[in-house]
Design a binder for this molecule. Structure first.
Ligand code: S3P
Length: 438
């Protein structure tokens, strides 16, 4: 969405110290807008992520007639219109860089009485959508994509949806959530089986809004005919954003950082599990439950990491954290091997290739494979990195500078604002010497 070219220039070395609360959870923020809009009554959200991705979801619901107020920073008040109260938007809904918005909305909007078109930026326009449009078509939805199965999506209104049972071929929370949201409008029962556990924020939040769902093992089912009752939501800090400073504090000697109020949902803590396997010193403090989501303060102290073979069952639980985990691997002693992660090739960028290219530029041996990467720990040099407009690549290489022996320049960083708008100020506050140029 942001078109201005922004570059980061990061000085090498440093230590991370202090306590901070990173930006709100992106997945939970998206879902809070969607379910709040479809609920009956007024939903109050705090800790909302003010990122471009979640603001795109917010704007989409405003465009469909939902009154949404912003009483203060990170606070959102939604006057829900009920499951059948959305109105046709006047124009295509522009979802910017946000795959989550597009995939979840494709399910939700398949059940409406009006036609709608979903568009996105250059990166989103390259991302695969058949993973949602194929099962939605099986339910009776009418959606057109480009010939290669990419956006724009043209969704026809007034389709009669019928519940299906879908065995997901890939472990994807976006696909699961898309079908559950379509299931709110489908006749009978819709159920989804996942090949491996993925984030379950949709399931948890549907229950917080009083909507019954069934969970048995790896299968989730939902029936239409229920109602969502407005509720209050406290969005925890995003472990995917915390991950940058978890790795930063682990690799920069002398570091001691506490990250506050971070969501530690078991379907999201792959980064914590993987870093611990690598020898990281991570403590969970004040563990508590906040509105159905587990939360803790996370204290990280520097330690010598070692290379590992990353267990494949951790991949879906750390799917967004691999760019910065590759930086951890580059700073570890020995070899780190990742397999079973082909999904990384269809994120905001091809994260396997883009990270391998960047690490090689910095003098690290990083060999991409079809479904992962092999990284040899070593001494990071300075250099210029192209982030390809991928927020998590830009932030990962900012963290890499903590162990580089010369400055790192990172190109095309504007999209950091999609998920972590105050990354630069927080990084500086904790001890990274970072300049930003437009
Ligand atoms: C998300 C699911 C994941 C993740 C994305 C957010 C969600 O995508 O990468 O950033 O909020 O459901 P996949 O379902 O494609 O793995």
């Amino acid at each position: 969405m942001t078109s201005t070219a922004i570059e980061f220039f990061v000085q090498p070395g440093g230590t991370l110290q202090g306590a901070a609360r990173v930006a709100g959870d992106k997945s939970i923020s998206h879902r809070s807008i969607m379910l709040g809009a479809l609920a009956e009554g007024t939903t109050h959200i705090q800790g909302f992520l003010e990122g471009e991705d979640t603001l795109a979801t917010l704007a989409a619901f405003r465009a469909m007639g939902v009154e949404i107020e912003r009483p203060s920073e990170q606070a959102v008040t939604i006057h829900g219109v009920g499951l059948h109260g959305l109105k046709a938007p006047e124009q295509a809904l522009d979802l910017g860089n946000s795959g989550t918005s597009m995939r979840l909305l494709s399910g939700l909007l398949s059940g409406q009485s009006f036609d709608v078109t979903l568009i996105g930026d250059e990166s989103l326009s390259r991302r695969p959508m058949r993973r949602v449009t194929t099962p939605l078509a099986d339910m009776g939805a009418e959606i057109e994509t480009t010939e290669s199965g990419t956006p724009p999506l043209h969704i026809k209104g007034a389709a009669k949806l019928t519940g299906i049972h879908y065995e997901m071929p890939i472990a994807s929370a976006q696909v699961k959530s898309c079908l559950l949201l379509a299931g709110l409008y489908a006749e009978g029962e819709t159920s989804v089986t996942e090949p491996a556990p993925t984030r379950d924020h949709t399931e948890r939040m549907l229950q917080s809004f009083g909507y019954p769902i069934q969970i048995e093992g790896n299968r989730v089912s939902i029936k239409s005919g229920g109602r969502l009752q407005a509720t209050d939501i406290d969005v925890p800090a995003d472990i995917s954003s915390a991950a940058f400073f978890m790795v930063g504090a682990s690799i920069a000697s002398g570091s001691d950082v506490t990250l506050l109020h971070v969501g530690i949902n078991p379907t999201r803590i792959g980064v914590l599990n993987i870093l611990r396997l690598m020898g990281a010193n991570i403590e969970l403090l004040n563990e508590r439950d906040v509105g159905g989501e587990p939360v803790a303060d996370i204290r990280i102290r520097a330690s010598q990491l070692k290379g590992i073979r990353i267990p494949e069952d951790q991949v879906p639980l750390a799917i967004d954290e691999f760019p910065v985990l590759f930086v951890a691997a580059a700073c570890a002693e020995g070899e780190t091997v990742l397999t079973g992660a082909e999904e990384l090739r269809v994120k905001e960028s091809d994260r396997i290739q883009v990270m391998a290219d960047g690490l090689q530029t910095l003098g690290i041996q990083a060999d991409p494979t079809a479904d992962g990467i092999v990284i040899q720990g070593g001494q990071l040099q300075g250099g210029t990195i192209n982030s390809h407009g991928d927020h998590r690549i830009a932030m990962a290489f900012t963290i890499a500078a903590l162990r580089a022996n010369a400055p790192i320049q990172i190109l095309d960083c504007a999209n950091v604002a999609t998920s972590f708008p105050n990354f630069v100020s927080l990084a500086r506050e904790l001890g990274i010497e970072l300049q930003q140029a437009i």
